[in-house]
Design a binder for this molecule. Sequence first.
Ligand code: 3AM
Length: 499
Amino acid sequence: MGCFSSSGRHTLPKSEASNTPSQVVHTKEDIKIDASMFVGHRSGQVLEHYKIGQKIGSGAFGCVRIGTHIATGQKRAIKTIHKESISEDLTERAKFFTEVDILRRADHPNIVKLYEFYEDEKYFHIVTEFLQGGELFDYIIKNKMLSERAAAIFMRQILSAVAYCHLNNIVHRDLKPENLLLENDAPQPNLKVIDFGTCAIFDPSRHMTKKYGTAYYIAPEVLRKDYDEKCDIWSCGVILYILLSGKPPFYGRTDRDILKMVEKGEYSMRGTIWTTISQGAKHLISRMLDYNPKNRISAREALMDDWLAQNCAVSPSAQSIPLASLDNLKAFRAEQKLQHAVLTFIASQLLQNEDSKQLSEAFRNLDKNGDGKISREELLEVYSGMMGLEAASEEVEKIMRQVDANGSGYIDYTEFIMATAQKEKMINQMNLEAAFKVFDSDGSGKISAQELKALLGSGGGENETIWCELIKDVDQNGDGEIDINEFKAMMMSLVESHK
Ligand code: 3AM
């Protein structure tokens, strides 16, 4: 269906264009583009899109396998859950959908990325990025205990993910080294939090009462079934203790013995190992393992801790990375909404971790408070070091207008990657063809206004004509739809303009 009307092109049929009085009339500028729009709930067969490979793990829920995404050749992790295993139990079912929904919306360098979600007759399949470096648990066993610097770098990444979750009212409730996976085998790999199966969206004014967690890492107030999001910080304290000493603070032969120790909350930082560990590290552990959650440090406060900051300080050569990205950030232009949407799709779904590794470091350097998003103030701090304050403010406003595509007031992780990645890396034949298939959801070979609305509509744009306007911007042959050649031409013009 193209964008035509009796008076001309680019208008949806009446039945579609049912503007009710309560609907706000939006302009193209009101369309908010968000990476989560592309995390589709697909009804087709997972086997049509993935070559299923080796099993990497299993549990009560089902199993996790490596799958090769046929369109791009990327390796991804596919968690398959037997519908029967959750269909009877409504809480289990709700938990499952909470996990998918939370992962869909999470856009953070230290949280596993969700790509797609399939449902067939018997199974649900959750497709996430494949983290080939294995569990932090195995890394600790292999390395016995870590240097303070290595431990601090891991802890900053964990806390950054936790701060982001807490800010969005998400509590994980089962943080442990088995749920912290490493991106690759590098000496100091990037870490990501996985398994949001026990997480919940919390109401800050009410305490939670359901008991979740794992013996070594569970907070005492969770055992008492009266807790808030600070239970995650306790688990972080336990993890930091283990990273530095190689032993858990609360231990026992059985889970019951361990939980008895947790209930008391008494632990020791004495003994030979601890004499070699700095006061700063011990101080942070004690603030995280404060028995009283009210006095316990928050994730945001912990990210500001001196010991953490000193040990995570980057070398001047590493600091120069943001400067290159800052130039790209300043130069970023995607005048058309659709270009923006396609770049967001490519940045969030098709760029490999290796492609974005340096950018993700640059993001971390810019994200001074470590909450997983870049604020105006953080940008201003950097730019005002390069130019006068007034010019810097202007530059920052310009960047926010161009880059903050979902209008959150911050530059989110995917927005940053999208704006700073080399356009040549993002815009190539393979990525464009894969992107076109997603935008052309009915596989007709052309993108219609309805398809755009279905994909991008959740971000605004109740005024139907704007979807036709988006088409018009690109539709060279005037047939009211976008074909693959028009789609490619639209994106290639971006490469030209960024040269
Ligand atoms: O069964 P084990 O504990 O060896 O690490 C996860 C766990 O391994 C692994 O699958 C098992 C069940 O959760 N796993 C989960 N998500 C993964 C991912 N995205 C993953 N491994 C790699 N990448």
